[in-house]
Structures are given as structure tokens and as C-alpha cells.
Design a protein around this ligand. Structure first.
Ligand code: NAD
Length: 355
């Protein structure tokens, strides 16, 4: 493997830990970008990378993203990310998950893990047999926080969309506001349901035709083909599917006043935030508006660590701070002429002591 400090994505990461366990076949990279605010927290990705260098890049890039996201969510957590380099047939055994748990435990709490792409709740339960530095575990129900972060992510995005509408369209009511939702899975579906309750007009698109048709029926929403959602004439475009959807071509064709959704890394390149700003389209930085899930995961972990149980009300109370954070970003952006994504990055860097 290449020297990680020569990688373009290396950003003074505090730790890059390479794990090899021959017996179980585990090969993993655990990157901790910053522990300035607390333990480096971020999920574990289980993925087959034909070139392991791409796994290293993901760990570096995603752990830095978690530092920014956790800081902007007001959490006492730093940023980290683990990547398990799966073999071609993506063999995932109990032994491999145990060895990964041992590796996390060996870092003595500098890194806290949870689910990410390719890792299920059941996998995290297996990891939790070997380390307590885990979150995103199932909850028994009632008012206890934890479990699937999707609904919490949706709630934060819904509040963020309302804040964007208030800021840009100068109205507190969502009645009749037209929102185009790209991706109606766990996050997008939840956002659409919450908006429908407020009387928003919805247009939905998903590559899973049956699922989107059922949701549109339930909510009285319109449907367009996946290829048409980005150019739909609407008030708010809410991307909740893929990253890198906002590039020169797509931004030029947008027919919206606001982009506010949960998909990670929506800007294809960093300068695309400025391109949106120049077009007068209000952008909600993705890692600020989609922090509801990590707020739930972190609150669950911190309470368990301290021998307490966090409630859903505790989590929602923190998620309800997302709109004010977005408003501060937009006001700073408009006052200083920097795009909202650049303002958010600058604020995050200051919070983690790298301003
Ligand atoms: P999901 O898999 O449940 O839903 C994604 C949906 O997008 C699926 O229904 C899929 O069919 C659809 N989709 C894929 N390609 C599409 C396309 N080209 N056009 C339209 N629809 C398409 O995933 P999710 O958990 O809802 O996550 C959605 C996004 O939000 C991802 O970018 C994810 O990284 C991000 N995110 C999720 C969470 C969370 O708590 N789940 C938290 C933060 C960010």
C-alpha cells in the first residue's frame, strides 16, 4: 500500500490504522481525521475495491467528512471512518467481524463505529460482542433512541427544507410548495411523507418503479422518470439518492430555487457550490441538513457509554437545531459572498481547531 500521507485526500489525519488478520482474512483501514471534539465517529464500509488504494482514499475522504459533519451537528465527536476491504465475492464471516471488533477495541475508544454501506445492524451486533465502541445497535422500542437512523435523517431534512423555504420564498407554510424528490428510499420516502402532511405538492422519482408508484398513490404525488427529476420545474429539489449529481451540466438545467436533500456529496466538485450560488439557487450543504442520523447514532452511543439511555426526544431536540444552523450559514453566505458549502466548511474547520 502507498504511503498514505502522499495521497491527495490526506488532510493531517491523526491516525490511519491498517488492520490485517490472516486467520479471518480481515483487511481493513481505520482512519481517524480528528478527535478535537471527541472520539472519531463514523461508520464502517464493507466494499470490494479492485485497487485497495481506492479503499484508502475512501477512508481518508469519508473520515474528514465525518469530522465536519459531527462538528456542524454540535456533537462532542470527532471524525473517523473504517473501510473493510472485502474480497471479490464479499465474504463476510463471524470471524472477520470479530477480528474487526478486536481492532476497534484496540484503539481504546479513539474510533467509534456504526453501519455504513455493506454493513447491517446484525453485523454491528456481532462487532459489539468484541468492543463497546459501537453504535447503531437495535433498540427494544418505546422511547429509547437508537436503531435505524433513516427516520431521523428524514426529519432533519424535512426541517431543513422548511427553513430553506422560509429563507428563500419567505413563507412559513409548505402548503402548495412544490418539492421534487429524487430517490424515495429510507430517507427520501420519509421526507416525502412528512412534507405531504404539511400539504406540499410532490413530484417523485426513483429507479424502483413499483415502490415509487405505491408511495405516490399513498401521498397523492406525481411521478416523473428518474432522468427528468433534476429538470422538473419546482420550488425545491430534494436529492435523496446519489452523490455527485450537481455538475456544470445539471446545474445549468435546474428549474428550482432551492436544493435541499439528504444524499451525501451532492456537489460533483467543490466549485459547484459557487456555480449554484451564482445561479441564485439556495443550497443546503448536504452534511449539515442530513445530520439527523448521526445525531441519533452519537446520542445513543454517548448515553450508553455513560450508563444512561437516550430518548427519542433527546435526539429530536438536537435535530431541531439544524434549521438555525442552516439559517446562519445562508446569512453568512449572503453577507460575505461565499457559497453556503464554503461557509459550512469554514465553520466546521474552526470548530475542529483547524480554522
Ligand atoms: P436507500 O437505498 O434506502 O434509498 C435510495 C433510493 O434512491 C432507492 O430507492 C433507489 O432506488 C433510489 N435511486 C438510486 N438511483 C436513483 C436514480 N438515479 N434516480 C432516482 N432514484 C434513485 O438509501 P437511503 O438510506 O435513503 O439514503 C439515501 C441517500 O442519503 C444516500 O446518498 C445516503 O448516503 C444518504 N444518507 C443517508 C442517511 C441515512 O440515515 N440512511 C444519512 C445520511 C445520508
Amino acid at each position: 500500500m502507498t504511503a498514505f500521507w502522499t495521497e491527495p485526500d490526506f488532510d493531517d489525519h491523526e491516525m490511519v490504522h491498517v488492520v490485517r488478520d490472516r486467520k479471518s482474512g480481515l483487511m481493513a483501514i481505520i482512519a481517524v481525521h480528528s478527535t478535537h471534539l471527541g472520539p472519531g465517529a463514523g461508520g464502517t464500509r464493507f466494499w470490494h475495491y479492485p485497487d485497495p488504494k481506492d479503499g484508502l482514499r475512501d477512508a481518508l475522504r469519508l473520515s474528514r467528512g465525518m469530522s465536519y459533519k459531527n462538528a456542524m451537528a454540535g456533537l462532542p465527536m470527532g471524525g473517523g471512518k473504517a473501510v473493510i476491504l472485502a474480497d471479490e465475492s464479499r465474504t463476510k464471516t463471524p470471524e472477520l467481524l470479530s477480528a474487526f471488533g478486536d481492532a476497534v477495541e484496540g484503539l481504546n475508544g479513539r474510533y467509534v463505529t456504526a453501519e455504513d454501506v455493506g454493513i447491517s445492524e446484525a453485523d454491528m451486533v456481532a462487532v459489539s460482542q468484541r468492543t463497546s465502541h459501537v453504535s447503531g445497535l437495535p433498540v427494544s422500542g418505546g422511547n429509547a433512541a437508537g436503531g435505524d437512523p433513516g427516520p431521523f435523517t428524514s426529519y432533519g431534512i424535512y426541517l431543513g427544507i422548511k427553513a430553506a423555504v422560509q429563507h428563500k420564498l419567505r413563507t412559513d407554510s409548505m402548503a402548495g410548495v412544490h418539492v421534487a424528490v429524487q430517490g424515495t428510499g429510507s430517507v427520501g420516502g420519509g421526507v416525502a411523507r412528512l412534507l405531504a402532511e404539511d400539504g406540499a405538492r410532490l413530484t417523485l422519482a426513483d429507479i424502483h418503479a413499483d415502490g415509487v408508484a405505491a408511495l405516490a398513490d399513498e401521498l397523492g404525488a406525481a411521478i416523473v422518470a428518474p432522468d427528468d427529476i433534476l429538470t422538473t420545474h419546482c420550488d425545491v429539489l430534494s436529492p435523496n439518492a446519489l452523490g455527485a449529481i450537481l455538475d456544470d451540466e445539471s446545474i445549468a438545467a435546474l428549474n428550482t430555487q432551492i436544493v435541499a436533500g439528504g444524499a451525501n456529496n451532492q456537489l460533483a466538485r467543490t466549485h459547484h457550490g459557487q456555480v449554484l450560488f451564482d445561479r441564485g439557487i439556495l443550497y443546503a450543504p448536504d452534511y449539515v441538513i442530513n445530520a439527523g442520523g448521526i445525531i441519533s447514532v452519537a446520542t445513543e452511543y454517548l448515553a450508553r457509554r455513560d450508563g444512561n439511555v437516550a430518548t427519542i426526544d433527546d435526539v429530536n431536540g438536537l435535530i431541531e437545531q439544524i434549521p438555525d444552523r442552516l439559517a446562519t450559514i445562508w446569512q453568512t453566505s449572503e453577507a460575505g459572498g461565499a457559497s453556503p458549502d464554503v461557509v459550512a466548511d469554514t465553520m466546521a474547520q474552526e470548530l475542529i481547531g483547524r480554522g
